[in-house]
Design a protein around this ligand. Structure first.
Ligand code: ADP
Ligand code: MG
Length: 308
């Protein structure tokens, strides 16, 4: 585990039944989702474990930039982990390593106790640039990952419909990506990832471009889907309120190089609301800690600017 957690995660995650908001669920879905089986610290193999991960990038000047420095972190099966930190602290890099898109310089990434040596269908990354296919329709994009997983056609059709309805894009099923706004594209990317029902969902600031109302709706839906599927989610955001709204735990990274600065357990009942005073209070606690790192990043940017 990471050094000196501020607010340590209990050895076993209490698995009280999660009350979920009924959204546009498939017929017959229950409003209450049974709890996951009780887990004890001894029995649980972390879903994702980072063991002293460091990563340095080669920069154009043939020097190396240390982006991540000895990050150790364990994410329990079914946990919703939020990662926050100032811009440039290595949040996206961290997700890329877990996704197997980039090798670390040293240390190990383990999924279910096994070292990651490349991408896999058990993990899926939703990143800011989306990676949607312009030659496919919205429906085709959502279907794509399922095709790769050889999901039968009838099931694919049902899921395309379900997940597009979930992100409120069902009537755009036959549209092409260039016909959609940025926010709608983000929702297609979310639907596409959810439709493959991965064990681990890696989300890199997925809602940053959305208007507040759509984002709130998607928070509710994501929480519901997470409770239903038991997915493990690692969610990167620079929005501390979003982190407090969604996370079981919030991990705060330092400005370059990224290290785990602090962890916050968010023991608040679900479903949560962004405006709830306890969510606000938690967000403020995280923000107080984050501010120091943001100031450091601004100082570095200012020094770089002066040096030019
Ligand atoms: P964040 O997502 O927290 O904003 P990133 O993971 O994108 O941070 O980047 C961390 C640091 O690594 C930044 O200083 C960034 O400039 C640098 N970086 C990211 N990708 C590369 C790359 N491919 N080559 C060189 N430097 C990179
Ligand atoms: Mg990033």
């Amino acid at each position: 585990m990471s050094a000196s957690p501020h607010n340590a995660l209990p050895a076993s995650i209490p698995q009280a039944p999660r009350r979920v908001v009924r959204g546009n669920g498939l017929p017959g879905k229950l409003a209450f989702v049974p709890s996951f089986p009780a887990r004890t610290a001894a029995a649980v193999v972390p879903k994702v474990a980072l063991d002293e991960i460091s990563l340095s990038y080669r920069t154009t000047s043939s020097e190396r930039l240390l982006a991540l420095d000895k990050i150790s972190l364990e994410v329990k099966p079914g946990e919703f982990l939020c990662v926050v930190g100032p811009s440039g602290c290595g949040k996206s890099t961290l997700l890329h390593l877990i996704a197997g898109l980039h090798p670390q310089t040293s240390g190990r990434v383990l999924v279910d106790g096994k070292p990651v040596d490349g991408p896999g269908t058990d993990r899926i990354l939703i990143f800011q640039e989306l990676g949607l296919f312009p030659w496919l329709t919205v429906g085709g994009n959502v279907e794509f990952g399922m095709k790769m997983k050889k999901v039968p056609k009838a099931e694919r059709d049902e899921k395309v419909q379900h997940y597009l309805r979930l992100v409120q894009l069902l009537k755009f099923r036959d549209s092409y990506i260039h016909q959609l706004s940025g926010g709608m594209r983000q929702r297609v990317a979310l639907a596409r990832a959810l439709a493959t029902e991965p064990d681990v969902l890696l989300m890199d600031e997925p809602f940053a471009a959305l208007d507040a109302q759509t984002r709130d709706l998607l928070h509710d839906e994501l929480e519901r889907i997470w409770a239903e599927t038991g997915s493990t989610i690692i969610f990167v955001t620079h929005n501390v309120r979003e982190a407090a709204r969604l996370g079981d735990r919030v991990v705060l990274l330092t400005f370059r190089p990224g290290r785990v600065k602090q962890e916050f357990a968010v023991n608040l009942p679900r479903p949560r609301h962004m405006e709830h005073p306890d969510v606000t209070l938690m967000a403020r606690t995280v923000l107080d800690c984050l501010r120091e790192e943001i100031n450091k990043s601004l100082e570095v940017e200012y020094a770089d600017e002066k040096a030019r």
